[in-house]
Design a protein around this ligand. Structure first.
Ligand code: PMP
Length: 352
């Protein structure tokens, strides 16, 4: 810390992203990236002409991207907000909707950035324990005491709430925004998008980083009522009006329009997820039923951190979290069939 740092900075434990090693190449199953390249349509954006156009500022309204997203979901442009990755969208939602006198609520085991944002923005927050089976008890979220953050499917468990359960949470928080972080929702059928028309307090946050294979382009978005989206726009124009670069705006639009490629590749990941789950269970792992592009698994009698380190030694990266309740689990991104087979074979050898 410098002698100039604020108390807020001093008192915040920054988010620690998964490893992005630059030294050697790993079979990388640690940060839930998509194992296939993005749609071929994306390539048309990366041209000499577009490179030359980088001298110009981007469109601060992200019009072409917004239109592509709105069209895909049958919504209006006014229901869509675009951000520099969903992390930025989440950050702006904390700034826009979480009040000092309220208590922000989210599960104790969920996306690790929620408590970081809450702390960084000087907010009171409460982490509500998941049940012993790692499911969310929705009645824990009926207090209407502050903005609710729920990742659905949840990370790192992969377990999802039904749309009916999300609706119950919305009904029981009429005075607060309920943010449903659907980063992984394309890998299951649990989206709450159909509730937007009815619930003015629903904000859905999504990303191009997973199912569109564009983690490196940093594109996220929010869907919600016209009023919530207008608030986010105001926050963005008070912070970073040109939040998406010229290339990412167009890349996102092209990727979203290519429905055929999206559906084909997401279907492969779902198939691979089932195979990976079955194979891990054959090795004696307990594997939660995932609705995401990762699985959460542990093997009794084996230390999670040791398994993670052994895999790393063997050139395979998975994610391990030190938190007491989940320290024996590994979060493993679903890869290509070849990557998943390599993981299973290596685990088989390690367990012997
Ligand atoms: N939400 C959840 C639940 C996530 O796991 C992630 C990925 N770390 C994000 C949001 C952020 O994704 P991005 O900023 O790449 O859109």
């Amino acid at each position: 810390m410098s002698i100039f740092s604020t108390d807020i900075l001093k008192n915040t434990d920054a988010y620690v992203p998964g490893e992005q090693p630059q030294d050697k190449s790993y079979i990388k199953l640690n940060t839930n990236e998509f194992p296939f390249p993005p749609s071929d349509k994306v390539k048309s954006v990366v041209s000499d002409k577009k490179a030359a156009d980088l001298r110009l500022y981007p469109d601060p309204t992200c019009r072409v991207l917004k239109q592509a997203i709105a069209e895909n979901y049958g919504l209006k442009d006014e229901n869509v907000f675009c951000g520099n990755g969903s992390d930025e969208v989440l950050a702006l939602s904390f700034l826009s909707f979480c009040k000092k006198e309220d208590v922000v609520v989210f599960p104790d085991i969920s996306y690790g950035f929620y408590p970081v944002f809450a702390s960084f923005f000087g907010l009171n927050y409460k982490e509500i324990p998941l049940r012993d089976d790692f499911l969310i008890d929705i009645s824990d979220y009926f207090s209407d005491c502050g903005t609710v953050y729920i990742a659905n499917p949840n990370a790192p468990t992969g377990l999802a709430l039904s749309v009916g359960q999300i609706e119950e949470i919305l009904k029981n928080n009429p005075n607060h925004v309920v943010v449903i972080d659907e980063a992984y929702c394309d890998f299951c059928d649990c989206t709450a998008i159909g509730l937007i028309a009815e619930y003015e307090n629903l904000l859905i946050v999504r990303t191009f980083s997973k199912s569109y294979a564009l983690a490196g382009a940093r594109i996220g978005f929010a869907l919600g009522s016209k009023e919530l989206i207008a608030d986010l726009e105001k926050a963005k124009f008070s912070f970073n009006p040109y939040n998406l670069n010229r290339l990412s705006i167009e890349i996102g639009a092209e990727a979203m329009k290519d429905r055929e490629y999206f559906e084909k590749t997401v279907a492969i990941i779902k198939e691979n997820r089932q195979k990976l789950t079955d194979d891990l269970r054959k090795l004696g792992f307990l594997v939660l039923d995932s609705g995401a592009n990762f699985v959460f698994a542990k093997k009794d009698g084996f230390d999670g951190e040791q398994l993670y380190l052994k895999l790393k030694e063997n050139g395979i990266l998975v994610r391990h979290f030190g938190k007491e309740r989940i320290k024996d689990y590994l979060r493993i991104t679903v890869g290509t069939k070849e990557q998943d087979d390599a993981l299973i074979n290596t685990l088989g050898r390690i367990l012997k």
